[in-house]
Design a protein around this ligand. Sequence first.
Ligand SMILES: *[C@@H]1O[C@H](CO)[C@@H](O)[C@H](O)[C@H]1NC(C)=O
Ligand SMILES: *[C@@H]1O[C@H](CO)[C@@H](O)[C@H](O)[C@H]1NC(C)=O
Ligand SMILES: *[C@@H]1O[C@H](CO)[C@@H](O)[C@H](O)[C@H]1NC(C)=O
Ligand SMILES: *[C@@H]1O[C@H](CO)[C@@H](O)[C@H](O)[C@H]1NC(C)=O
Ligand SMILES: *[C@@H]1O[C@H](CO)[C@@H](O)[C@H](O)[C@H]1NC(C)=O
Ligand SMILES: *[C@@H]1O[C@H](CO)[C@@H](O)[C@H](O)[C@H]1NC(C)=O
Length: 484
Amino acid sequence: MGKNHELLAGAGVTLLLLVLLMSMVNSGDSIGANWGTQASHPLPPATVVKLLRDNGIQKVKLFDAEAPVLFAFRGSGIEVMVGIPNDMLATLSTSVDAAERWVEKNVSAHISSNSVLIKYVAVGNEPFLSTYNGTFLSSTLPALQNIQAALIKAGLGGRVKVTVPLNADVYESSTQQPSTGDFRANVKDVMVQIVDFLSRNEAPFTVNIYPFISLYNDPNFPVDYAFFDGYSSPIEDNGRTYTNVFDANYDTLVWALQKNGYGNMTIIVGEIGWPTDGDRNANIGYAQRFNQGVMRHLGKGTPMRPGPMDAYLFSLVDEDAKSIQPGNFERHWGVFNFDGTVKYNLSLGSSNRGLVEASNIKYFPERWCVLSPTASLDDPQLVPSVEYACSHADCTSLGFGSSCADLDPRGNVSYAFNSYYQKSDQQETACKFPNLSVITTTDPSRGMCRFRRMFQEPGKGNGGFLLEPIGILLQMLVFMLAFL
Ligand SMILES: *[C@@H]1O[C@H](CO)[C@@H](O)[C@H](O)[C@H]1NC(C)=O
Ligand SMILES: *[C@@H]1O[C@H](CO)[C@@H](O)[C@H](O)[C@H]1NC(C)=O
Ligand SMILES: *[C@@H]1O[C@H](CO)[C@@H](O)[C@H](O)[C@H]1NC(C)=O
Ligand SMILES: *[C@@H]1O[C@H](CO)[C@@H](O)[C@H](O)[C@H]1NC(C)=O
Ligand SMILES: *[C@@H]1O[C@H](CO)[C@@H](O)[C@H](O)[C@H]1NC(C)=O
Ligand SMILES: *[C@@H]1O[C@H](CO)[C@@H](O)[C@H](O)[C@H]1NC(C)=O
């Protein structure tokens, strides 16, 4: 029995090593995923790590470097890009000391516990977006330089690469031909300096490309050109043919790099995806068509850069607390719903199986808050109540072209009330709109319009969940001991 056990354990370890090795070899052209946590009910890190593994996603891109999140990736074999939020750039640009402390605490510590595979540090997130009015224009490069120096000082220069995820609006083309591409005039100087710095440190250029936004911004944009299934009026460019805007956009960057002397720079697509709600072009059909197209396209590359591409889907899960300043669709980019349930069939790898949903999600009971059948739509409290609910919760599915746009006025009010009630963890006080709201046990969902229930977060309310934080604490303890 003991012998067998040892033998089995040995085989297990070998298998694990093999799987780990294979995942490392493969990670170049397999898809990654962005995981953002701007949600009222973010999934627990351990659940997300399992979700990624169950779906064969071997790379994750984070917007931050939160310790509990990084702990969860220990020993997972998943390659991690950690992020530095824009609001830290100023400090990191002026203080070498701050940069060294950042690297020490948020990279070295996790790597020396020798099980978090941190491969990139993303310095800022789309810092040159025109809506920022140049706020981060002067701090991004110095912050990048200080972080790079700190990585070298920590002995990680060869192992961890810096990069700056940029929106595709840092470059432009004067015609639809990618070959007319160059960096945007008002950021060109700093872009060339950044590219030069990345190049000297053998670091990649990271770009976020959004065909959905092309369609959103321009009602005359040809829909088929946004996808990967062919387009009747392809763009010809010096013998190269473009049938989708993604390739044209990517190659505009290749040309911009080439013109400035960096034609060989490695490119990572930091974000690519399609939202499923909150706009007439944001729906499950289009999202599935686009993302499955991305998966088919990954191995092929573009006319200027044929061959496998490195890309991260945007995004893994919906985030109901994101700013909707760019549009209502902003909270619906997930391939999965906020709770890790599957939105649509997507085949992520060579295997033809669809997506695997998150496991062990404990929902609140089957209770919804709706407009009382006896309430009048003329009640003077109605409008302010709906406004209150929507400003504190998420009503982005109610707008024109969205999943709940077809609700009648009463259904509309119910949706708003329920959204607030669920976001408030079904607290009774959250369904006390004066003479207007009642709790029901019948799911008011209709067709695509889902009246969702939230899940119970670990450590909140329900006693059974207390085990999880204790587990995390134990892990942290073990980690700290290992570090000493
Ligand atoms: C590590 O990253 C976190 C998350 O961004 C940040 O709050 C913290 O200040 C960083 N630590 C240091 C020492 O800079
Ligand atoms: C950018 O500038 C515009 C116009 O001057 C202003 O309305 C906006 O608030 C500014 N945004 C930021 C983030 O500073
Ligand atoms: C860069 O590309 C040129 C051809 O354009 C090639 O000769 C050179 O070896 C490449 N350098 C690297 C470092 O890949
Ligand atoms: C999901 O897609 C795969 C191939 O893309 C297909 O084989 C499978 O039948 C689909 N599953 C469902 C439930 O539609
Ligand atoms: C439903 O509510 C949304 C958001 O408050 C509003 O834009 C829409 O016009 C409403 N629709 C109906 C049918 O009342
Ligand atoms: C609720 O309705 C009752 C009569 O149906 C009325 O007396 C009371 O003032 C109402 N309360 C509020 C807060 O509107």
